[in-house]
Design a protein around this ligand. Structure first.
Ligand SMILES: Nc1nc2c(ncn2[C@@H]2O[C@H](COP(=O)(O)OP(=O)(O)OP(=O)(O)O)[C@@H](O)[C@H]2O)c(=O)[nH]1
Length: 651
């Protein structure tokens, strides 16, 4: 199964939060923007045959959110000119980074040329591989997908990955070529690639930005995508496909009625927990605010409030039904598994309690982060957190800062290793310190690391360099093919740990930014890795230990001691920095002692001026730092040593 198809986590979306807040303030339908009252009155009357549930899938940055906004505007859900910030990208971090993380849903009322009204539920999906579980979950509630390809970039790795996700779920695909307004658009080349890879022939050329060609989208959508299969006269069945915690209203659930009709005030029972809930609110999602409904019919999608106290009660993939006619559970979604782990510690001034508090609030919104306590002699008490990937890790760090005012230090990311011990037991090794301890105790029989199947799409001219990169990263070639004379596809089996460091940056550099990649789990292999430790004046700095391939330990060690040397303040004594594997020193640097004579300029005998200068020098040394014995390591030094190059840029 693809990694993306695992699904399942708590969600937070500011469109929905904003909407919730507005409804709390009593503004309800009137404030829910243009068309809201009309939508509220006609939604239940629209027959299932005139409901369409669809999403937009594409590679990152190919224009999903821009197209979603264009469709909102075309159906009157948003007014023209309200599009400076994309309506569906609503987390602060999404806006600041220009990426979509949480899938969003919006209900649109569309009138066709014959004056027939249609209810369209549009689900905007993220493009980045770390968040592809959101894509698969969105697909579960859809019968159709607009497959969007940027005509200046052509088919990319996540176009292929998302196509297969949709194809495997029997979703009807409507192929669309975007950005045709750009002078370097290659519409025919892109069309040829889509034909070669997906056998999709009639892609619609559009510009989501200017609106060119977009008029053809709705007719194509209504024609190609089937209505949802549910029956209104069948016993009630609901699929919960997303949930999130609203600061003001508690847990909210995004549901699709599979069969029957859901009425406000009725009772429903969860197949997962057998708990019964009263339906307190049913709302259609709109960018300007929610539209309250008295009932929701088969095929329709809406947000419901069930009075749940904890996000854990809203188990994504759960089936709800009428307690008088309980229905069996549908196959649910599996929980997304963390792909990388890192230690999280409070920065200067912030205590562990503040970190714990911020994290517990954050977890209400993003249940895909796993958390367990850990402590480090240098950094004190902290948390070991599991993330879906490196971008997810960065996003969590950024959201903690933006939404909870919490600055954190993250230690080197580590992939989970499966250890078999001499006592016959097995355990998952999630930190360099844990591996170092097992090695020290000589407790290991074997150690396995996760592999991924990487799909790379690239202009043919860069293929040679990319093959070298994959081979240097310990990859095994699985397949190589050409989508056209200029466009190649490579598939490699690679250790996940390679992806978690600098693979992405090197891939982008080697291909001048043109290659793209996607990955999915691909079994495991014996791991030839070691914990690379760092010592300052012979004292271990546990927080800087990282797990590296044995063959790369010396190179990594040299880079680490060099970086630390450059970042350390010089003191009156020499500081010896060593990188070690077990008891073997693989790299060493010395920060030479210096005594800066701040009094040199103080000729004359002004003793108070001398004192002032000495105090100033002392204060300067007190910049935020961590202490190893009597040596202070500045925070910036920690951050630089820990950050792999891949964590500095947007992927
Ligand atoms: N010229 C032009 N630019 C476009 C068009 N569609 C989108 N863009 C631009 O392409 C960039 C990416 O667009 P988004 O809509 O954010 O792409 P996305 O696919 O939602 O991105 P992710 O959510 O990160 O996957 C933005 O700068 C858009 O303004 C188009 O039709 N023409």
């Amino acid at each position: 199964m693809r990694r993306a198809a695992r699904g399942g986590c708590a969600a937070a979306a500011a469109v929905r939060r904003g909407a919730a807040r507005r409804s709390l303030c009593g503004a309800a339908t009137a404030a829910a923007g243009p068309q809201a009252e009309e939508l509220a009155s006609v939604a239940i009357e629209i027959p299932t045959e005139r409901v369409r549930n669809f999403c937009i899938i594409s590679h990152v940055d190919h224009g999903k959110s821009t197209l979603a906004d264009r469709m909102l505007e075309m159906t009157g859900a948003a007014r023209p000119g309200e599009r400076e910030a994309q309506s569906l990208d609503s987390l602060a971090v999404e806006r600041s980074r220009g990426i979509t993380i949480k899938a969003q849903t919006v209900s649109l009322l569309h009138e066709d040329e014959e004056g027939e009204r249609w209810l369209l539920n549009l689900i905007d999906t993220p493009g980045h591989v770390d968040f592809s579980y959101e894509v698969s979950r969105s697909l579960a509630a859809c019968q159709g997908a607009l497959l969007l390809v940027d005509s200046t970039k052509g088919v990319q790795a996540q176009t292929v990955a998302n196509f297969w996700l949709a194809f495997e779920q029997s979703i009807e695909i409507v192929p669309v070529i975007n950005k045709v307004d750009l002078p370097h658009a290659n519409v025919e080349g892109t069309r040829a690639q889509m034909r070669a890879v997906f056998d999709e022939k009639d892609a619609l050329p559009i510009s989501a930005k200017t609106g060119q060609g977009c008029g053809a989208l709705f007719p194509a959508l209504l024609r190609s995508v089937p209505p949802p299969p549910g029956r209104r006269d069948a016993p009630l069945r609901l699929l919960l496909f997303d949930s999130w915690y609203d600061d003001y209203r508690g847990v909210l659930c995004l549901v699709q009625v599979l069969d029957g009709t859901l009425a406000l005030g009725s009772q429903i029972v969860s197949a997962a927990s057998a708990k019964t809930y009263a339906v307190q609110q049913i709302e259609l999602m709109r960018p300007a605010g929610p539209v309250p409904l008295p009932a929701l019919a088969a095929g329709q999608v809406a947000c419901v409030a069930l009075g749940m106290k904890h996000i854990q009660e809203a188990s994504v993939g759960d089936t709800f039904s009428d307690p008088a006619a309980p229905q069996p559970a549908l196959p649910g979604f599996q929980k997304p598994q963390p792909m990388v782990f890192a230690g999280m510690y409070p920065l200067e001034g912030e205590g562990f309690d503040a970190l714990q508090h911020a994290m517990s609030r954050f977890l209400l919104k993003d249940g895909s982060v796993t958390v367990e306590p850990e402590s480090s002699p240098t950094l004190g008490q902290g948390l070991r957190c599991g993330f879906l990937g490196l971008l997810h890790l960065e996003v969590v760090q950024q959201r903690l800062q933006q939404e909870h005012d919490m600055e954190v230090l993250l230690t080197s990311p580590t992939v989970p290793l499966r250890a078999t011990l001499k006592d016959g037991s097995q355990l998952e090794v999630r930190s360099p310190e844990a591996l170092a301890q097992l090695k020290l105790e000589d407790a290991l029989v074997s150690l396995n690391e996760p592999l991924v199947k990487v799909t790379i799409l690239s202009p043919s001219e860069y293929v040679g360099g990319l093959i070298t990169l994959c081979e240097e990263s310990g990859g095994q070639l699985l397949s190589q093919s050409f989508l056209s004379a200029e466009h190649a596809m490579l598939q490699y089996s690679l250790p996940l740990a390679e992806i978690a460091t600098e693979f992405h940056d090197r891939l982008k550099t080697l291909s001048s930014g043109y290659a793209s990649f996607d990955y999915e789990p691909h079994g495991e292999q014996p791991a030839d890795v070691v914990p690379l430790g760092l010592h300052v004046n012979k004292r271990p700095v546990g927080a800087l230990t990282r797990i590296v391939r044995s063959s790369k330990a010396t190179d990594f060690g040299r880079a680490m001691v060099q970086t630390l040397k450059e970042e350390m303040d010089r003191t009156v004594h020499d500081i010896v920095i060593q990188a070690t594997v077990g008891s073997r020193v693989v790299a060493r640097e010395t920060v030479r002692a210096v005594r800066k004579n701040v009094l040199a300029k103080c000729y004359g005998g002004d003793i108070s001026r001398k004192k002032k200068l000495l105090e100033k020098q002392k204060a300067g040394k007190k910049r935020a730092s961590l202490h190893v014995g009597d040596v202070a390591i500045p925070h910036e030094a920690f951050v630089k040593v820990l950050a792999p190059s891949s964590r500095k840029k947007k992927r």
